[in-house]
Design a protein. Structure first.
Length: 414
């Protein structure tokens, strides 16, 4: 080989090495920027874990769809958009049993003085069958004692509106942690951590039936499990005990302290809107990422289910619905309409698919029914363990039916 050819070969090797190194650096940058370093190993494991569906002829695939809102209104106008707009759009769609899309508003209990009028307004549409109210909490530098006091006061406040108390008088609530910081896992608002390493034990003791915080794809709070419904075992001396856990399984008793109910988290290889790398699909409904039909399909492909009952697929999506940008996308720009149409038209034919619109509480009941070995149509288990909340079946006067509360949620303070 001539000297000239050797030099060209050397240059080519250097160029290729540079390209490879640049690719590695860029990939590492993308992984870090998207927070994938916290869940990529779990994603690889999930790709290889595919529980087969029952043999043909066993009935339709049941799609159990729930919407979780980290709902933090500050103005009556933002709440009014939901109180007036949600029944208008959701009332046009029904599932296999005639239920309209059912919503779960997780209100921040630490802001009750601001939110009380909004809780009352949302209760008015809960009484009409459009959803339920649950617990959201941002806190930092707490102790077990102060956390218990906050939860008890907050839940009592909600119960004044008929939320978080069942028709048989039991306290129950689902939970979403502000800033994803469950179990003292990350900084809250850039300040201290929440402070409570045994938070899951406290939550369960105070009436929480399940946590609905995750996924949190861009945060170090994201657990090392994805696309799963599982029990976490709380280590009272360590943070982020939910990083691992035991999958909820048919015929197997609960083996942990708190159920962690996840939504979809995956790489959407069919979505290259970013051009140079594919999109991360985490089920979030936001202004810059509306619920396009192909996203709906991906949520179902995630296959979140109880082990041993893969024919019941749980799809949990989430949003921050009090944000004007988000609710305008969902209502004014047709986000909800597009999403509900896809679900009803493609996943509710009664043969290949059967659709169920549920709240967080109803989804939990279906999970527990599957765990107990029950099968068939999951809709029959909506109230399996935890009964409906009082504000979903009766008004403040105790009468069953349409609510008589002021649906405006009050006027903005001047």
């Amino acid at each position: 080989m001539s000297v000239w050819k050797k030099r060209r070969l050397g240059v080519l090797v250097l160029v290729l090495a540079g390209i490879l190194l640049a690719g590695i650096v860029f990939s590492a940058w993308v992984l870090d920027r998207k927070g994938m370093n916290h869940w990529l190993p779990a994603y690889i494991g999930w790709l290889a874990d595919d529980e087969p569906l029952p043999a043909d002829g066993q009935g339709p695939l049941d799609i159990i769809f729930l919407m979780v809102d980290h709902y933090e209104p500050t103005k009556a106008a933002n709440a009014r958009a939901w109180i007036e707009g949600y029944p208008a759009v959701a009332g046009r769609f029904t599932d296999a049993h005639g239920y309209h899309p059912r919503y779960s508003w997780f209100f921040p209990i630490e802001k009750y003085e601001i939110n009380s009028r909004f809780v009352e307004g949302i209760s008015s549409i809960c009484a009409r069958g459009f959803g339920e109210i649950e617990v959201h909490l941002h806190h930092h530098s707490d102790t077990e004692e102060t956390l218990r006091a906050t939860l008890r006061e907050g839940v009592r406040n909600f119960q004044r509106h008929g939320a978080c108390i069942t028709v048989d008088g039991e306290t129950a609530f689902g939970f979403v942690h502000g800033n994803w910081a469950l179990d003292n896992s990350v900084l809250v608002d850039g300040r201290d951590r929440c402070g409570v390493d045994n938070e899951m034990l406290v939550l369960a003791d105070e009436g929480c039936y399940a946590d609905f915080t995750f996924p949190s794809s861009g945060s170090m709070a994201q657990p090392n499990k994805i696309n799963a419904i599982y029990y976490a075992v709380d280590d009272p001396a360590a943070p982020k005990s939910y990083d691992e856990g035991f999958d909820v399984t048919v015929g197997t008793p609960a083996r942990g302290d708190l159920m962690i109910f996840q939504g979809p988290l995956m790489i959407n290889w069919s979505d290259w809107r970013h051009v140079i790398y594919p999109a991360i699909e985490d089920g979030q409904l936001q202004a810059g990422n509306p619920p396009l039909p192909f996203r709906v399909d991906k949520w179902i492909e995630a296959g979140v289910h109880v082990r041993g009952r893969p024919e019941w697929r749980f799809v949990k999506v989430f949003t921050h619905g009090a944000s004007p940008k988000n609710w305008k996308m969902l209502f004014d720009d047709g986000g909800f309409e597009m999403m509900f149409e896809r679900l009803v038209q493609r996943y509710n034919d009664g043969e290949a698919y059967r659709l169920h619109f549920v709240t967080a509480r109803e989804a939990y009941n279906m999970v527990k029914a599957a765990e107990a070995g029950l099968s068939g149509d999951p809709s029959q288990y909506r109230d399996y363990l935890i009964k409906p909340y009082r504000n979903t079946v009766e008004t403040a006067d105790g009468a069953v039916g349409e609510a008589t509360r002021d649906p405006s949620g009050g006027q903005d303070e001047q």
